[in-house]
Ligand binder design. Structure first.
Ligand code: SF4
Length: 439
C-alpha cells in the first residue's frame, strides 16, 4: 500500500479541498500518513494570496525530501494554476496540476513514477468550470464545507479569479446531503466556505439558486448544531439573510464581512461593489437584530493612491463602527492584476505602519466586544485541543472561552455565564444548569 502525505497553504477552501483529495486517495487504496512518516507521495496544496508563495513552496518541497528523499512530489492549488512552469522547475517537483485537474490527480498520475522532468497538467483557467464538492475533517467539532468556488468580480488587487476561475456552485440538494453525512460523523459545526460565498447558486454559468435559499434549507438539517458563514461580501449580505440568521437556532450570530477600505475613493480604485455607507448600514442592521452578534472585518491598507487622509478615514470609520475584530492586510502586489499599474504607490514602511495601527485598533475592538458579553449567558461548544491543562470552546457569537480540561466536555455544548477576561485575554465562564438557550 503506497503512503501519501499532504501539506496545505492558504485558506479554509484549500483545507477542505486537501481533505477531499485525501479521501480520493484513501478510496483508491492509498494510506494517508503524516508529513514526517516517509510517504511515497507528497501532495502540496499551494496558495497565491500568501506572500512569498514561491519561497514557501520551495521550502516545503525541501522539507519533504528530507523526510522521504525518493518521494513523488505533486503540487496543486492556486499557485500551481498561476505559475505551473516556475513550479515545475523547483528541484524535486515531479508533477504540477492546475485547478481543472487537481481532483483527478490519482487518475492522471496513476503509477506515480518519477520521470526525468516534472510533468505539467494545467489547462487554461477558463476550463476550470466544474464544481467539486469538498469538506474538511480537521477535528471532531468543526468542518469546512465548500459550497461555492471561483469569482466573477474583478477587484483590482485580487488574483483569485485567475487562479480559481468563474463563479460556480454545488446544488442545494448536494450541500444538504453533504451536511447530513457530516452530521452522521458526529461533527457539530459546519462553516460554509467559498471564494465568494454569497454568490452561491450559479451552475453552468447560470444562476439557478441563491445563497438565501441554501441557508433556509440547511437550517432544517438535523444533527448539525451550528452553521457559520465564513465570509460574505457586504453587497450580498441582504436584509433577508440577516433577519433569517437572527431567528435561526442553527445559524450563529457571527458574520465576517470584507470591507477592504473605509474610503469611498479607495473602494472605487479597488473596484469593490459598494461604498462605505452600505457597509455601515449592514453593520447597523445586524446589530439592531442581534446586539451580541460578532462581526469580523477584512481591511487592506496601503493600496496605491491611499493617502494618509484616506487611511485616517478608514481608521475613523472602523473606530466608530460596532464591529468585533479586524483582519488587517498590508497591500501587496499581485501579477496580472490592475493595481500594480496604478499611480501613487504607498511605501512598504507606510503600509506596515498603517497595518500596525489597525491591528492595535483590532485588539481594542476585540476586548471591548468580549467585555460587552461578560455577565451574559451563552452556549459553548468545546473542542478537543488541550494546552497546559486547559481546553477551549466557542460561544455562538464567537467568543473564545477557556475551561479546565475535562474529557467529558470534548465536542459537547454547555450553557455558561461569561464571568471575566483572564490576563491572557481569554474569557472565563461558569456553568449554568439551564436548558440550552438561543441568543
Ligand atoms: S470578491 Fe474581489 S477580492 Fe473577493 S475573490 Fe472576488 S475578486 Fe477577489
Amino acid at each position: 500500500m503506497k503512503k501519501v502525505a499532504f501539506y496545505t497553504l492558504g485558506c479554509k477552501l484549500n483545507y477542505s479541498e486537501t481533505s477531499t483529495i485525501g479521501r480520493i486517495f484513501q478510496e483508491r487504496g492509498f494510506e494517508k500518513v503524516e508529513f514526517t512518516d516517509s510517504p511515497d507521495i507528497y501532495v502540496i496544496n499551494t496558495c497565491s494570496v500568501t506572500d512569498n508563495a514561491d519561497k514557501k513552496c520551495r521550502k516545503i518541497v525541501k522539507e519533504a525530501l528530507k523526510h522521504s528523499p525518493n518521494a513523488f512530489i505533486t503540487i496543486v492549488g492556486c499557485y500551481a494554476q498561476l505559475k505551473p512552469k516556475e513550479i515545475s522547475e523547483i528541484p524535486g517537483v515531479d508533477a504540477v496540476l492546475g485547478a481543472a485537474e487537481k481532483f483527478q490527480l490519482v487518475d492522471i498520475l496513476e503509477t506515480f513514477e518519477k520521470k526525468d522532468k516534472a510533468e505539467i497538467y494545467a489547462s487554461p483557467i477558463s476550463e476550470a468550470n466544474t464544481f467539486y464538492n469538498s469538506y474538511s475533517f480537521g477535528d471532531r467539532t468543526r468542518t469546512f464545507l465548500k459550497v461555492q468556488d471561483g469569482c466573477d468580480y474583478s477587484c483590482s488587487f485580487c488574483t483569485i479569479p485567475l487562479a480559481r476561475g468563474n463563479s460556480r456552485s454545488d446544488s442545494i440538494d448536494n450541500v444538504v446531503r453533504s451536511a447530513g453525512e457530516i452530521a452522521e460523523s458526529g461533527v457539530k459545526e459546519i462553516v460554509l466556505t467559498g471564494v465568494n460565498t454569497g454568490d452561491f447558486g450559479i451552475q453552468d454559468g447560470k444562476r439557478v439558486e441563491t445563497f438565501f435559499e441554501l441557508v433556509k434549507e440547511l437550517d432544517k438539517v438535523e444533527g448539525i448544531d451550528r452553521f457559520r458563514i465564513s465570509s460574505i461580501e457586504p453587497n450580498l449580505l441582504k436584509d433577508e439573510i440577516i433577519s433569517f440568521v437572527a431567528q435561526s437556532n442553527r445559524f450563529m450570530p457571527h458574520f465576517h464581512v470584507p470591507l477592504q477600505s473605509g474610503s469611498n475613493k479607495v473602494l472605487k480604485l479597488m473596484r469593490r461593489r459598494y461604498q462605505r455607507e452600505l457597509y455601515a448600514d449592514r453593520v447597523a442592521t445586524i446589530k439592531q437584530l442581534m446586539p451580541h452578534c460578532c462581526i469580523g472585518v477584512d481591511v487592506i491598507v496601503g493600496f496605491p493612491g491611499e493617502t494618509e487622509e484616506d487611511f485616517l478615514e478608514t481608521y475613523n470609520f472602523l473606530n466608530e463602527l460596532d464591529v468585533s475584530y479586524l483582519h488587517v492586510f498590508p497591500y501587496s502586489e499581485r501579477e496580472n492584476t490592475l493595481a500594480p499599474e496604478m499611480p501613487d504607490k504607498v511605501t512598504n514602511k507606510d503600509r506596515n505602519r498603517r497595518a500596525d495601527m489597525l491591528r492595535i485598533l483590532s485588539e481594542k475592538k476585540k476586548r471591548n466586544f468580549y467585555e460587552q458579553n461578560i455577565g451574559h449567558e451563552f452556549n459553548v461548544l468545546f473542542e478537543d485541543d488541550v494546552k497546559d491543562g486547559l481546553m477551549e470552546g466557542w460561544t455562538e457569537n464567537y467568543v473564545r472561552v477557556v475551561a479546565k480540561y475535562d474529557p467529558v466536555l470534548v465536542n459537547e455544548t454547555r450553557h455558561v455565564r461569561l464571568t471575566q477576561l483572564n490576563p491572557a485575554g481569554l474569557m472565563e465562564a461558569e456553568e449554568t444548569y439551564q436548558e440550552l438557550l438561543k441568543h
